[in-house]
Design a protein around this ligand. Structure first.
Ligand code: 2AM
Length: 480
């Protein structure tokens, strides 16, 4: 019997996807560079009828039903190209290669073009939900050669997470669309995590609450409009004690790591000219956190207000917890609004025709940013599929209007006590800029014209007419 699908790359994500597919009735052939892992996995999985271990790529290709479908779950970068190059001579027209790793979307664009030229279909797919998601239902974001979609759709939608019976997997668009959407998902995840950690910081060092109390607050927030996987796990994390009975969180070094997808999102937003300030701030803050030794030195040298000196009086500021919840909600709206703007701009730039409603729909379950909030985005999109900015749609507009004073209060308290809140502050200053009829960019234009003759538009002439003034000459003639 031939296998329904093949998978190369038996690290944990790969193994869990295989088991997930087998659970849904599919027969899977597997291969791994280190071949001993194939035998070890086949033996441990003990699914003889549904799992075929292969010791070479040729064997894998031979084991598959046509048109062949092969998922690569290998390290992003050159390993993906290496396997593609090894597979191409063995495959036939109409066979499908699927890259399920965190590849850069520009690589996926390049690979789709290269493989389509050979008559082979290529799918670059984002898979979110970590190891647990891969095993029991991830969110899946496929894009690439459209002809592949009907052939892989049943398997992909079977193994994906479901919300209200709807699979968290839909076709995203051509070439790099799937990997781009997954990348922005991760960028938004960075912003969400930064905001949550700032809220934790304020509860701990401004409100002076203990870790158990803060866990309870997150658990309570998880019952309301902030209900989400990340809030839920935050509450869990804060409950965990180390061997000595003290909170484990206090033993974790405060230097954040990263694998690059947040950075790629930030780079793309700069290239496309979309002010995705919460994501970029979150990425920068991870870099800044990683400078642990330098920060420790700076802490002893740059003295100013210090949260150590915050008096107990903040404890009775009960309202602050409610303001913080509102601030988190408002900032989350800003982060998602910015993220969706980036998707919208990229869609235009790369001709992907992304459906933002579908993206919100499939992010509702399986992935790390899954939340009640995404249901709302989907509803708002259904009412107005051509929205320009999420935040200008009635539902979110009202929410932001209500929460803005709380956000301002939280940021002002944090600034005056020296507790860093770069993401909350970025949300507030973005909102204040966004709702400004007037910004001092006129001065920037004048400076550019002064030193570089770059020209400027005038408010009393139609847009598009460029004016240049010799500012120094004008100054001289005025003095005369
Ligand atoms: P390995 O077990 O032989 O190391 C995640 O690292 C997966 O990608 C693993 O299956 C790993 O195979 C594979 N991988 C990493 N680098 C690779 C490379 N340069 N060539 C082939 N496979 C690679």
């Amino acid at each position: 019997m031939k296998a329904d699908i093949g998978l190369i790359g038996l690290a944990v994500m790969g193994q869990n996807l295989v088991l997930n597919m087998i659970d849904h009735g599919y027969t899977v052939a597997v291969y791994n560079r280190t071949v001993s892992k194939v035998d070890a996995f086949v033996e441990e999985a003990n699914r003889n009828d549904a799992l075929i271990g292969c010791h070479s790529i040729e064997e894998l290709v031979e084991a598959l039903q046509k048109p062949r479908k092969i998922i690569l779950m290998v390290k992003a970068g050159s390993p993906v190209d290496d396997f593609i190059n090894q597979l191409v001579p063995l495959l036939e027209k109409g066979d499908i290669i699927i890259d399920g790793g965190n590849s850069h979307y520009l690589d996926t664009i390049r690979r789709t073009k290269f493989l389509e030229e050979q008559g082979i279909l290529f799918v670059g797919t984002g898979i979110s939900g970590g190891e647990e998601g891969a095993r029991h239902g991830p969110a899946i974001m496929p894009g690439g050669s459209k002809d592949a979609w009907p052939l892989i759709k049943p398997i992909f939608q079977d193994i994906a997470a479901k919300v209200d019976g709807v699979p968290c997997c839909e076709w995203m668009g051509p070439d790099g669309a799937g990997h781009y959407v997954k990348m922005v998902h991760n960028g938004i995840e960075y912003a969400d995590m930064q905001l949550i950690s700032e809220a934790y910081h304020l509860l701990r060092y401004y409100m002076k609450l203990d870790v158990d109390q803060i866990s309870d607050i997150f658990a309570e927030w998880n019952q309301g409009k902030l209900k989400s996987y990340l809030i839920e796990i935050t509450s869990d994390i804060l409950k965990v004690k180390d061997e000595d009975g003290l909170p484990l969180i206090d033993k974790v070094l405060d230097a954040a790591g990263q694998k690059g997808t947040g950075k790629w999102t930030a780079i793309s937003s700069l290239e496309l000219g979309v002010p995705t300030t919460l994501i970029t701030t979150a990425v920068y803050q991870r870099f800044l956190s990683a400078l642990k030794d330098t920060r420790v030195e700076a802490a002893s040298k740059i003295k100013d207000v210090d949260h150590e000196e915050i008096t107990e009086s903040s404890k009775i500021d009960e309202d602050f917890i409610n303001h913080l919840q509102e601030a988190l909600y408002a900032s989350k709206i800003v982060a998602y609004s910015q993220g969706f703007q980036l998707l919208s701009q990229a869609s235009k730039e790369y001709n992907w025709d992304l459906n933002l409603g579908t993206i919100a729909l499939i992010w509702r379950g399986g992935c790390i940013i899954r939340s009640a909030f995404l249901n709302k985005i989907k509803e708002v999109h259904d009412q107005n599929p051509h929205f320009e900015h999420l935040i200008l749609e009635t539902f979110f507009l009202k929410k932001v209007e209500m929460a803005l004073p709380s956000l301002r209060k939280v940021v002002m308290k944090a600034l005056s006590t020296g507790i860093p809140v770069p993401a909350f502050a970025a949300a507030l200053t973005w909102l204040d800029s966004f709702r400004s009829k007037y910004l001092p960019a006129n001065l920037i234009q004048a400076q550019r014209d002064y030193f570089g003759a770059h020209g400027f538009e005038r408010i009393d002439y139609p847009r598009g007419t460029s004016f240049h003034v010799n500012w120094q000459e004008k100054l001289k003639t005025m003095k005369k």
